[in-house]
Design a protein around this ligand. Structure first.
Ligand code: BTN
Length: 326
């Protein structure tokens, strides 16, 4: 940690302003050196007031998702945050870190992605400083077959966080989308490495459209997607949302490890978007059409088909057939 970051931490934790003399004592340097560190923090966007008689205090944080800005919002045990102002994809760096042994709960966050990746080889629109782009490293002691369930767990955690921070009616659309008002505000991309019977790590990539203006969205998502800002009508605190997301993910994942998807299912059902809708699910050379009954204890989608049979779908792309959005 740099001297400037240590000063930031002390100012954040202090209930009253801290004098230059006190900060110099803690750092073991001169008051002039303290002043230079404070000046560098101000250049980075921190608003730090300095009263001659009282000392330094933080009056404003930059709109950034670095470890220092996130710290006040982190309530769980996942605190290992790797931050980049710009990156190709957080999935790439998280994979590199996971291969090098990064612990479960390590989070890679970027302000912008130049090659943000979505599911099925799509691009994830990732403009700078507006949204949340995060990849969480998980090491579930489970066989690879259950990894798709983690996308559902993550989608639920995103819905939890959006609901708690904005009060918007966030819904999870199986298998990996989060919608508000029938439009997509977030997506989850899970990737894994391991052997046939053992997961080495799973990368849970989460992209949330927070403050981006939907008018600037690329044409392919212009009608199907929106942002939280557009939904609630005012800017949303990205750091608070990210903190809530990590806390929700840690809690839901802990519950999932203890009790399997069965333990998550009631919460998933409560905010499920597809239940009772007419859909068509396609992928891997198959297509199933019918009315969604819900998800089962393994996280598979249950569909009641017109011929009276019930089909279980483990993975696929869902399109709505009843024209009710999404
Ligand atoms: C989808 O809905 O297609 C999934 C989108 C996942 C996007 C996130 S943003 C953070 C992480 N890094 C990426 O390149 N993709 C995921």
């Amino acid at each position: 940690m740099t001297s400037a970051e240590r000063i930031l931490g002390w100012l954040r934790d202090a209930s009253a302003p801290l004098s230059g003399e006190e900060l110099a004592r803690r750092l073991g340097c001169s008051r002039t050196a303290v002043w230079k560190h404070v000046a560098s923090l101000r250049r980075r966007g921190y608003v730090i007031t300095a009263h001659h008689a009282q000392g330094y205090a933080i009056a404003g944080l930059p709109d950034r998702l670095g470890p220092a800005e996130l710290a006040p919002h982190l309530t769980g045990s996942w605190r290992d945050v790797v931050w980049r102002s710009e990156i190709d994809s957080t999935q790439r760096l998280a994979r590199e870190r996971a291969r090098a042994g990064a612990a479960e709960g390590t989070v890679v966050i970027a302000e912008a992605q130049t090659s943000g990746r979505g599911r099925l080889g799509r691009t994830w629109h990732s403009p700078a400083g507006m949204n949340v782009y995060a990849t969480i490293v998980l090491r579930p002691p489970r066989p690879p077959g259950v990894v798709p369930q983690l996308a559902l767990v993550a989608g639920l955690a995103v819905a939890d966080a959006v609901r708690s921070v904005t009060r918007a009616d966030a819904r999870v659309k199986w298998p990996n989308d989060v919608l508000v008002g029938g439009r997509k505000i977030a997506g989850v991309l899970t990737e894994m490495e391991g052997e046939a019977d053992r997961v080495r790590f799973v990368l849970v990539g989460i992209g949330v459209n927070v403050n981006a203006d939907p008018a600037t969205f690329p044409p392919e998502i212009a009608y199907s997607a929106t942002s939280l800002r557009a939904v609630v009508g005012s800017p949303v605190d990205r750091a608070a949302l990210t903190g809530a997301l990590l806390a929700a993910m840690e809690a839901r994942y802990g519950r999932y490890l203890a009790g399997g998807f069965t333990a998550i299912r009631p919460a998933f059902d409560a905010v499920a978007f597809l239940t009772d809708r007419e859909v068509r699910v396609s992928g891997s050379g198959m297509a199933v059409a019918g009315r969604v009954i819900g998800v089962d204890d393994e996280g598979a989608l249950r569909i009641a088909c017109a011929d009276g049979t019930e089909q279980r779908v483990i993975a696929g792309e869902v399109t709505l057939r009843d024209g009710r959005g999404g």
